[in-house]
Design a protein around this ligand. Structure first.
Ligand SMILES: *[C@@H]1O[C@H](CO)[C@@H](O)[C@H](O)[C@H]1NC(C)=O
Length: 504
């Protein structure tokens, strides 16, 4: 009997060791390092998946400047339990930086939960007609095609595998459409095999669909429908001429008043300057409308052989005369940066639709939260920004927000709709309130607020109280329950995953 027991133990232990799954384990860690990547556990015999949960939020309480951070947990689980956890969390998995969210992921295989990478259900994944892209052909493909649309996938991701056949059908449809060579390629990257490519484009979830135009990644991720038809339409749209031709100058009199325009006065369609304008337009067509006239249509506007390009502000808010580009029209880079500067306004409105893109620009936000009926504060804010803070635009994103729609961030600040208008900085980690809205009009005050962010003063004061000689801010914080998000479809963004980026 005794002997038998020893026998059982000696073979049972090594067997468990060999057969059991190993997962990384950690509980509510701030980052995906230390414990989360060093502690490994052999799972129980009936545990067959590794579960990862990532939470984002400010804890334990909402308060002015409360730190927002990740809380990462990893453990052994089984398929049923993990799927249930995932399902429960999916609704909360918004990745919206100003809300609290939680996401979870299940993976198979020893130590598969080292990275926190999302295999994302917003896409239905595929594989066949698309060109396999690798480190060795990538640059060639990007350089030699006007439009490249790439599916970054991982074979272990169910959603990648679902998208694969659809994407391939689309690729076949696109190749049947008979575009000229050099126009378009639909490609796919196996991110497990091509780690370097995936890292280069900061791929943190599968599948990810990225569009490249003239070798540059488009600012916006593809967020349309995942069907072969929708993909093919999308490609077609990318390839239609982004520059509208006008046949007579008078057509320029009734351009849309609430849009910004770039107008080219050209000699001929085949001149280099026009090709450059077209390429710039392809990349920035969402920011401005582009127009061009050739020969007789525009000969009054420029000396023969010297095409010019001008910017026309939106007539609704500006009466400035058209402004001529003085740089080299044969240089894509020069024209691109000028058009970008002209077409992207200094102060923009943040909405649920563009929040992710704005976040991807990676700059902290200075936000004016206002009542939707209050346009006066918006006007003043814009004036002050353009008068005093124009030279800060490389460092800060100047935004306005409808304080009623964006009520949630107000709670982070311990404020509510009745406190509008308010100004705050959101550094993606913390929100800081500009103490007194009316101080905005005192010259230099907003600038000082930004300087206090850069110098770390705002952060320091949050942790250690006001620097000497500072008046304490009102701390009568009202704790409120954040509303359920109705905007769950926003996809995640690389910039919010500082830890992922550092890791990969
Ligand atoms: C999965 O794990 C949960 C929680 O530990 C447990 O209650 C359940 O019985 C397990 N299911 C299976 C199929 O092992």
């Amino acid at each position: 009997m005794y002997k038998h027991l020893i026998f059982t133990l000696t073979i049972a232990i090594p067997l468990t060791k060999v057969l059991s799954l190993e997962c990384y384990v950690c509980e509510n860690q701030e980052d995906n390092n230390e414990k989360c990547v060093k502690t490994i556990r052999a799972c129980e015999y009936n545990q067959d998946v590794c579960l990862t949960e990532i939470k984002w939020g400010s804890t334990p309480y909402w308060s002015q400047g409360a730190k927002k951070q990740y809380y990462i947990s990893k453990r052994c689980s089984n398929k049923t339990e993990c799927a249930m956890t995932r399902q429960r969390n999916m609704n909360l998995c918004t990745h919206i930086w100003y809300q609290d969210w939680v996401c979870s992921d299940c993976c198979l295989g020893d130590r598969c939960n080292y990275y926190i990478i999302f295999c994302h259900s917003f896409y239905n994944p595929t594989d066949s007609g698309a060109v396999q892209i690798t480190q060795s052909n990538l640059d060639m493909v990007l350089a030699s095609n006007e439009v490249v649309f790439i599916n970054f996938y991982a074979e272990w991701c169910k959603f990648s595998n679902m998208l694969m056949p659809i994407f391939d059908d689309a690729a076949e449809e696109v190749s049947k459409a008979g575009y000229d060579p050099g126009k378009v390629v639909m490609g796919k990257v196996d991110c497990d095999k091509e780690g370097a490519v995936a890292t280069r484009f900061h791929i943190t979830k599968y599948p990810t669909l990225k569009l490249f135009q003239n070798g540059l990644p488009a600012k916006k991720e593809y967020r349309g429908q995942r069907s072969a038809e929708a993909f093919a339409d999308f490609i077609k749209k990318q390839l239609t001429d982004p520059v509208v031709t006008f046949g007579a100058l008078k057509e320029l009199h009734d351009l849309s008043e609430d849009k910004r325009h770039i107008i080219g006065y050209m000699d001929r369609r085949d001149q280099t300057e026009y090709q450059v304008l077209r390429r710039v337009a392809a990349s920035l067509k969402d920011e401005c409308l582009f127009h061009a006239g050739f020969g007789d249509a525009s000969q009054q506007m420029h000396p023969p052989g010297q095409p010019i390009v001008v910017f026309r502000a939106d007539r609704k808010t500006s009466t400035e005369p058209d402004e001529t580009f003085n740089g080299n029209l044969q240089s894509f880079d020069e024209l691109y940066s000028w058009v970008q500067e002209k077409c992207i306004p200094l102060v923009r409105e943040i909405t649920f639709e563009n929040a992710e893109e704005l976040t991807e620009e990676g700059l902290p936000f200075l936000i004016l939260f206002h009542d939707p009926s209050d346009t006066e504060s918006v006007k003043k804010y814009k004036e002050i920004i353009s008068r005093e803070l124009e030279d800060e635009k490389q460092n800060i994103n100047f935004l306005t927000a409808d304080g009623v729609r964006f009520e949630h961030p107000l709670h982070h600040l311990g404020k509510s709709i009745s406190d509008l208008p308010l100004i705050a900085i959101d550094s993606f980690r913390h929100m800081y309130l500009f103490p007194d809205y009316s101080d905005m009009e005192k010259p230099g005050m907003l600038k000082q607020f930004l300087l206090d962010l850069y110098s770390g003063k705002l952060h320091r004061e949050f942790h250690y109280g006001p620097d000497p000689a500072q008046v304490a801010v009102n701390t009568g914080v009202k704790v409120t329950t954040p509303p359920e998000s109705t905007f769950k479809k926003l996809a995640p963004s690389k910039n919010r995953y500082t830890l992922l980026r550092d890791e990969l």
